[in-house]
Write a protein that binds this ligand. Structure first.
Ligand code: NAD
Length: 499
């Protein structure tokens, strides 16, 4: 069986902890590789080496660093098919979706080519008598990223790109469930000209994460994953004096107003609810039709569309709408929640529990599920299911629908489908959620805007990618200067205006 490695100082490095995790092919259920789980000592050694490499990289001019990003973009395009295949094999998502995963990461690297502009400081000439004042953005030193299984290319690239372009060294601790693509990304950065040691990929589990949180050299930690782990990492990282941003789970509502184009809404819901088997933090997991007539019209359109969905392995090519979920445990958790929905009184309109695929009986496939008459008290409404399960909560009015999205503990994304500009505008202004779609079901912002949720979906005050990423991975230094030829004032004992 293949034994994966870490990527330390520019080469694949075997783990020495003696601990490993199995990496599955979710389509077949077979273990296809094992990945080493780093010890604290391995993590600390990787950080020490990264800190040494960062000194020269941080002093490299930003345009040269940007040229490395330019080359990374070229190489990601060159290797797109290879990356997508490796990604689908470990994650289970379809090949076109895997290419989208790489593409949305690549777009952030494209944005990072603009690092020289984004890192420019500010200058005030003659701020006082003979005094100039300027601010500069300097790298933090060593930063770390801890990433989830569901976007093994995109999210590592969202973290690595801005951190490295800003002049930091970076420790990536990817998900132990699909670690191959992050290792391939490290090879690409090296080929693009990134000096060895500046990017280290350390595979691992809680032990490696705790070592990151406790390592005094690491200045900043960016995390993406589930909310309980986000809360843990945020509090332990902050307690250790680090700059921390954590992005957590979601329960994204889509409100369907009576005036919406019902076919458009149904098509959007099917893609946003079941794409990637629902394993997206921006998936729509709750449909909120306003009024019973809207709900009936929607359900009537959803059922045939959902029953037609093709579920299968990525190797079946374009014939597949979504693949298996990532592990047997994820599958069990989804089915347990589906059963709880039935027990708690929701109406299961499309039942995917007995789904089985000939030749892939041991794969982690879950058929599509649609619930109607879900209420806010039910577990299927309160909890993130992270599977192909769409819950319908019927609302009597727009205000009730808005209140549902407002009252839910998560606030990552939400959407409204309507033809009425006033309602859409009111929704966008009032809802307490970070990313809003108006007749757009998955409103993931592009690389030059920022990505982040509200409430229990994000911890910390800056978002991912866009200008916020460069703020997160740099610190500002402000210099006030006067040269000897400047105006002499004698000793000053009081604070006063500079005039
Ligand atoms: P997860 O929280 O299980 O794991 C995320 C990372 O944390 C992994 O690297 C993992 O090794 C590490 N980890 C897991 N358990 C840990 C522990 N006890 N202590 C320390 N570290 C630990 O998440 P996942 O299952 O990989 O990913 C799915 C979750 O990520 C979903 O909740 C999804 O909504 C969320 N997500 C959020 C966003 C966002 O931007 N808000 C984006 C993608 C995914």
């Amino acid at each position: 069986m293949e034994e994966l490695s870490h990527w330390i100082d520019g080469k694949h490095t075997r783990g020495t902890s003696g601990r490993f995790a199995d990496v599955f092919n979710p389509a077949t259920g077979e273990v296809q590789a094992r990945v080493p789980l780093a010890s604290k000592a391995e993590l600390d050694a990787a950080v020490a080496s990264a800190a040494a490499a960062q000194v020269k990289w941080g002093a490299t001019n930003p345009q040269r660093r940007a040229r490395v990003m330019m080359e990374v973009v070229r190489l990601l395009n060159r290797d797109m098919d290879k990356l997508a295949e490796a990604l689908s094999r470990e994650h289970g998502k379809t090949l076109p979706d895997a290419k989208g995963d790489v593409q949305r990461g690549l777009e952030v690297i494209e944005f990072c080519i603009g690092a020289p502009h984004l890192l420019k400081g500010e200058f005030t000439d003659s701020a006082g008598p003979g005094i100039d004042m300027y601010s500069m953005r300097q790298p933090l030193g060593v930063a770390a990223g801890i990433t989830p299984f569901n976007f093994p290319a995109m999210i590592p690239l969202w973290k690595m790109g801005p951190a490295l372009a800003a002049g930091n060294a970076f420790i990536l601790k990817p998900s132990e469930r699909d670690p191959s693509v992050p290792l391939m990304l490290a090879e690409i950065f090296q080929e693009a000209g990134l000096p060895d040691g500046v990017l280290q990929v350390v595979n691992g589990d809680k032990e490696a994460v705790d070592a990151i949180l406790d390592n005094p050299t690491i200045q900043a930690v960016g995390f993406v994953g589930s909310t309980p782990i986000a809360e843990y990492i945020y509090s332990r990282g902050c307690a250790n004096g680090k700059r921390v941003q954590c992005f957590g789970g979601a329960k994204n509502h889509m409100i369907i107003m009576p005036d919406a184009d019902m076919d458009q809404a149904a098509d959007a819901l099917v893609g946003a609810g079941y794409g990637a088997a629902g394993e997206r933090c921006m998936a729509i997991s709750v449909a909120v039709p306003v009024g019973d007539a809207t709900a009936d019209a929607l359900i009537e359109r959803l059922i045939p569309r959902i029953e037609k969905l093709k579920v299968g392995p990525y190797t079946a090519g374009n014939d597949v709408d979504y693949g298996p979920v990532v592990t047997a445990a994820a599958r069990e958790n989804i089915l347990r929640l589906v059963n709880s929905g039935i027990e708690q009184g929701a109406k299961l309109v499309v039942d995917g529990r007995n789904f089985s695929l000939q030749g892939y009986e041991t794969g982690f496939f879950v058929g599509p599920h649609l619930f109607d008459h879900v209420t806010p008290q039910m577990d299927i409404y309160r909890k993130e299911i992270f599977g192909p399960v769409l819950s319908t909560v019927r609302a009597a009015s727009y205000e009730e629908a808005l209140g549902l999205a407002m009252d839910h503990e998560y606030g990552n994304g939400t959407a409204i489908f309507t033809r009425d500009g006033d309602t859409a505008r009111d929704f966008a202004n009032r809802v307490n959620v970070g990313m809003i779609g108006i007749n757009v079901p998955i409103p993931v912002p592009l690389a030059y805007h920022t990505f982040g949720g509200w409430k229990k979906s994000a911890f910390g005050d800056l978002n991912q990618h866009g200008p916020d990423a460069f703020r997160f991975y740099t610190r500002t230094k402000t210099i006030t200067s006067r040269w000897p030829s400047g105006i002499r004032e004698g000793s000053a004992f009081n604070f006063k205006a500079m005039d």
